[in-house]
Design a protein around this ligand. Structure first.
Ligand SMILES: Cc1ncc(COP(=O)(O)O)c(C=O)c1O
Length: 423
């Protein structure tokens, strides 16, 4: 055996022994977990894209910078970084309470909604418990259950791309502690309807905590999945009426953009009364364009807020983040202006996909799920042309973020190049 080959073998054996040794230290449920995979960043593909403008449309971020008021507040806060943050985020809670008309003691704040999901799981779950949610959806529901040694039950979405609340009810049993509802759902962008949620809340057992993840709620502009009429340059376009892909249900997802009457989407805050086990989670990461500073918030009954206070880190929301969030809430009509821009870009994307004969879920979020013949190949081809999206090969689709006007133009240009004439 050559020296280098022998050395390679030795290193692999040593690594294997080290891993076995470490496995005995780690909790088995942690050994089974996977690290979160963020979307690709611009610098990771710069070499691949010779000279072309790069559009990062893979992480559902805002294409715009933080609100002007937030930028000022953040730079002022920098001078106070010698001190620890205000530990209970008192001023931020007060601002959220006033803004949403909810009592301060019913408000959760965390280092992103991500942290709040983990904290709620830590407060509620024990090994042997289970959580139920639709799939595909936000992977942190799975991770937070795994972390606590709880079972996670993933239920295929309805053919309209929304959570199938009846199917979720069927998977609930004695050991179910949490049901997550993501609406608009990441990655399909479709909302659950108010009537479906009414019915679900009437039937869900009282001992089950319902966590309504409304991370994209600000972007909702109209009826849910199937809100069919899209304006494109003054023209009226109906999304593709093609039947769902033949094996789509087996893959846990189906495209159904035919235009049923659009039921009103569930407005989650209308269901929050502070007594029933119902939590609404929201974030400053998306519509407020503060993903990099990490602030999530939510509304929960007081006993759950108190439990989260016990399990959270002492200073979980930093000084700059608190200042940015407070200033953003006072940002006047900037939020509406940006959400209108997002809706216009989303409609243009969807109209473009419809013209190409591509199937997609009419979205209420800042991204659109579109089905393509080979998601991995399409992802790669888009990447080489400077468009970073998120592929979901198992579901046969791509999640395409709504960029700024230039981003939407370029995305459509590349989609036309790749898919024009091939459908
Ligand atoms: C559905 C959903 N919930 C929660 C989050 C987490 O948001 P945050 O940035 O506040 O942690 C995301 C992030 O992409 C998301 O898609």
């Amino acid at each position: 055996m050559e020296r280098s080959a022998a050395r390679g073998l030795f290193l692999r054996l040593a690594e294997g022994c080290l891993k076995m040794e470490w496995d005995s230290f780690l909790r088995p449920c942690v050994g089974r977990m996977q690290a979160y995979q963020p979307g690709l960043r611009e610098e990771q593909i710069r070499e691949l894209v010779s000279g072309a403008e790069i559009y990062k449309l893979s992480s559902n971020e805002s294409p715009l910078p933080p609100f002007p008021e937030a930028l000022v507040a953040m730079s002022e806060a920098l001078g106070r970084l010698n001190e620890y943050p205000e530990g209970s985020s008192h001023r931020l809670r007060a601002a959220l309470a006033e803004h949403y008309g909810v009592a301060p003691e019913q408000i959760l704040v965390g280092n992103g909604t991500n942290e709040l999901l983990t904290l709620i799981a830590e407060a509620c779950l024990e090994p042997g418990d289970n959580v139920v949610y639709g799939w595909p959806s936000f992977v942190v529901y799975r991770y937070s259950a795994q972390l606590l040694g709880a079972e996670y039950r993933e239920v295929a979405l309805g053919t309209n791309g929304a959570f199938d609340l009846d199917a979720l009810l069927e998977r609930i049993d004695r050991r179910t502690k949490i049901v997550y509802i993501c609406s608009p759902n990441n990655p399909t962008g479709v909302c659950v309807s108010a009537t479906a949620l009414d019915d679900f809340l009437r039937r869900v057992p009282r001992q089950v905590l319902v966590v309504f993840d409304a991370a994209y709620d600000e972007f909702v502009t109209c009826g849910f999945g199937g809100a069919a009429v899209l304006a494109a340059g003054g023209a009226t376009v109906t999304p593709t009426t093609a039947a769902p892909a033949p094996n789509a249900a087996a893959r846990g997802i189906a495209i159904h953009a035919a235009a049923p009457p659009a039921p009103a989407p569930a407005a989650p805050l209308a269901y929050f009364d502070g007594t029933r086990p119902f939590v609404v989670l929201k974030t400053f990461s998306k519509a407020y364009a503060l993903a990099g500073i990490r602030v999530g918030f939510g509304f929960a009954p007081k006993p759950l807020v108190e439990a989260v206070e016990r399990v959270r880190e002492p200073f979980n929301v930093n000084t700059v983040a608190q200042a940015a969030a407070i200033a953003s809430l006072a940002g006047g009509d900037e939020l509406e202006r940006r959400c209108a821009l997002n809706a216009a870009g989303r409609e243009r994307l969807e109209a473009g996909f419809a013209e190409l004969g591509l199937k997609f879920f009419p979205s209420q979020a800042n991204f659109v799920w579109v089905e393509v013949p080979d998601a991995e190949h399409a992802f790669d081809q888009l990447l080489r042309r400077g468009i970073i999206v998120r592929p979901f090969p198992a579901g046969g689709g791509l999640r395409v973020g709504v960029g700024d006007a230039a981003g939407v133009n370029r995305t459509l240009e590349v989609f036309r190049e790749l898919f024009g004439g091939s459908q």
